[in-house]
Design a protein around this ligand. Structure first.
Ligand code: ADP
Ligand code: MG
Length: 243
């Protein structure tokens, strides 16, 4: 962990209700600068909803999100310095790779020459230097996901949020991308919150894992400790399901 380039996050008593359903229920996590945190849990456990509230796409019905000590709970996404990658890398099919990567910079009003330079740098970071002029349809699934990663880091966010970014990829590609994301994390020193339902993936990648069920945190521990000392039967069973 290099520290200073990553945001420090404090999630305090976070709640989100959809009608009668409490999708996220009193979740509190302090994430130090530069940490790689995995949110792990079965489908419907509230992982994406937590991430959406960190990004500002969902407004919490209770609790607060602090980024570097500032209360951001009600701040819109574009006012948070956050990069995001989703499961379905939604690249614009009619734009070149470089234009896709530079898109967030265009949204921020940056000039064309500077956009091109920064997009080129971000593509180098994900090892796709030289691919800027191709179209997304000319790339493999893994390469497209790396373009999505480049787009997420192009404006040098201090926090990177990823929601099951690898679950659409086959096993070999997934393992390659796991290494790629870990390398990126240690190279950039940014804070990462990584959502997955895959126990092995969380254990391989994260410094620390929070297990969610029914919107509540079941256990929060360093990866190794979670395996050796599950806090309760649910955590033990869920980790034990790993193959
Ligand atoms: P996960 O990402 O762990 O699969 P989600 O955060 O997507 O879980 O969902 C948690 C719960 O909240 C689920 O029961 C889901 O159906 C519900 N939910 C999520 N988003 C909405 C929404 N916009 N409206 C109503 N219910 C929702
Ligand atoms: Mg989800």
């Amino acid at each position: 962990m290099t520290g200073s380039r990553g945001a420090e996050i404090s999630i305090r008593g976070l709640e989100k209700s959809f009608g009668l359903l409490k999708a996220v229920d009193n979740v509190s996590i302090d994430i130090p600068s530069g940490e790689f945190l995995a949110l792990l849990g079965p489908s419907g456990s509230g992982k994406s909803t937590v991430l959406m509230m960190l990004a500002g796409f969902e407004v919490p019905t209770g609790g607060a999100v602090l980024i570097d000590g500032t209360d951001c709970t009600r701040l819109p996404p574009q006012k948070r310095n956050i990069g995001m990658v989703f499961q379905h890398y939604s690249l614009f099919p009619h734009m070149t790779v470089a234009d896709n990567v530079a898109f967030p910079l265009k949204m921020r009003g940056m000039g064309r020459a500077e956009r091109r330079r920064r997009a080129g740098e971000a593509l180098e970071v994900v090892r796709l230097g030289g691919y800027g002029d191709r179209m997304p349809s000319q790339l493999s699934g893994g390469q497209r996901q790396r373009v999505a990663l480049a787009r997420a880091i192009v404006y040098e966010p201090r926090l990177l949020l990823m929601d099951e970014p690898l679950s659409a990829l086959d096993k070999n590609l997934r393992e390659e991308m796991q290494l790629e994301i870990k390398r990126l994390h240690s190279e950039l020193g940014i804070t990462v919150v990584f959502v997955t339902h895959d126990q092995g993936e969380a254990l391989t990648m994260a410094d620390r894992i929070a297990i969610l069920r029914g919107g509540r945190i079941q256990q929060m521990s360093p990866a190794r400790e979670l395996y050796e000392r599950p806090a309760n039967l649910f955590a033990a069973g869920f980790i034990g399901e790993m193959n």
